[in-house]
Design a protein around this ligand. Structure first.
Ligand SMILES: *Cc1c(COP(=O)(O)O)cnc(C)c1O
Length: 362
């Protein structure tokens, strides 16, 4: 039985081995390891790819969220609104920045922020609404912006799962005031370790993020911005990302195709969340009455699966007491119903077929 792993990062590494080593050699031979020409070129290429004015390379996606939140919130605007089903990264980043989090429920079909549930949560204390493009699906940013604009609230896209997603209005990462990206190895554009970026059209916000990512310095050793940290995209990672950027589009198309194949194979007990052309195809997620039962069935067919994510933010042990009164009916109902199937560009036909057969048999 062929089976299929949930993911296999060795395959692209093997295929790109020579190019990656050449990129490493370039950095080693030049001898500039941080704040060098690779980072500068990657920032430029990333901004051009997305169609935005500014991109700032940082150390990881969670830093990108935190720095963007710090840059976009001001005094008496210390509340962040976001969803509770997206892995908790925004909540961790907001708490690290000393901001309060209010949770918004999600849409039962897309699992992304439900703009209809948003308006009652907005007031003059809210500084930022974070919209996560969950699983690679572009969330309804225009509706969120329309709700936020009258109150002067910034909108931040979390694009960690949606690199390369494009809509008629522009790319994910170019749809709101600013955006955060992660280049963690499993993302659609992945580094050889950690990496991240903040993008924006607003020069003042970009400058603020840049200062905050470098201790709050306006210039060397002069701190003009409080709340700074050290967060850099190093030259090795920037060189690797430049090598991989041109391949993202084909990889995403392959991911969407795989999700489409699963949707065609699945019986009435499994709903595959669809991946329209605007989708980055990051994760193939299905909904079913008993996700652990489906996971066991897949394991019997030697097919890997995962859950993204098993615990909503407001029920996380570290701070559940604080959010004890929070009720998110849709988010809570999805717990135990979601399962992630194998989906990566290097999957073989045999592996895709194996997943489809297991779905037919369920
Ligand atoms: C991966 C991820 C992040 C965090 O990125 P790191 O680089 O691991 O810090 C943030 N948001 C979402 C939605 C993610 O999937």
């Amino acid at each position: 039985m062929p089976g299929a792993p949930l993911n296999d990062l060795r395959r692209p590494l093997r295929a790109q081995r020579d190019d990656l080593l050449a990129a490493l050699a370039r950095v080693v031979d030049r001898g500039l390891l941080v704040h060098g020409p690779e980072n500068e070129a990657f920032e430029r290429e990333l901004a051009a790819y997305l169609g935005v004015r500014h991109a700032v390379g940082v150390a990881c996606g969670t830093d990108a969220l935190e720095l963007a939140l710090r840059a976009a919130t001001g005094p008496r605007r210390g509340v962040v609104v976001t969803v509770a089903n997206a892995g908790g990264y925004t909540t961790v980043a907001a708490r690290r920045a000393g901001l309060l989090v209010r949770f918004c429920d999600v849409d039962p079909l897309t699992h992304c922020l439900d703009p209809g549930a948003l308006e009652p949560l907005l007031d003059e204390e809210v500084g930022v609404v974070v919209v996560t493009h969950l699983y690679g699906r572009v969330a309804d940013v225009p509706a969120v912006r329309a709700a936020c604009a009258p109150l002067g609230i910034h909108v931040l896209e979390d694009c960690a799962q949606a690199f390369g997603a494009t809509t008629a209005d522009g790319a994910a990462g170019a749809l709101a005031d600013l955006a955060a990206f992660s280049f963690y190895p499993t993302k659609n554009l992945g580094a050889l370790g950690d990496g991240g970026a903040v993008t924006t059209d607003d020069g003042a916000l970009a400058a603020r993020v840049r200062r905050l990512a470098q201790y709050g310095w306006a210039k060397r050793y002069v701190v003009e911005e409080d709340g700074g940290r050290n967060s850099r995209l190093d030259e090795v990672q920037a060189a690797v990302l430049r090598r991989r950027l041109p391949g993202v589009e084909a990889g995403n198309a392959r991911r969407r195709e795989i999700i489409g194949r699963y949707a065609a194979a699945a019986g009435p007990r499994v709903r595959v969340l669809d991946a329209p052309p605007s989708h980055a195809g990051h994760l193939a997620v299905v909904e079913t009455d008993d996700a652990s039962d489906l996971a066991r069935h897949l394991a019997d067919h030697r097919i890997g699966s995962g859950v993204h994510y098993p615990v909503p933010d407001h029920r996380q042990p570290a701070y559940s007491g604080e959010y004890a009164g929070v009720r998110l009916p849709v988010t809570e109902a999805l717990v135990g119903r979601i399962l992630t199937l194998p989906c990566f560009p290097e999957m073989t036909e045999d592996e895709i077929e194996a997943v489809c057969r297991a779905l037919v048999a369920y």
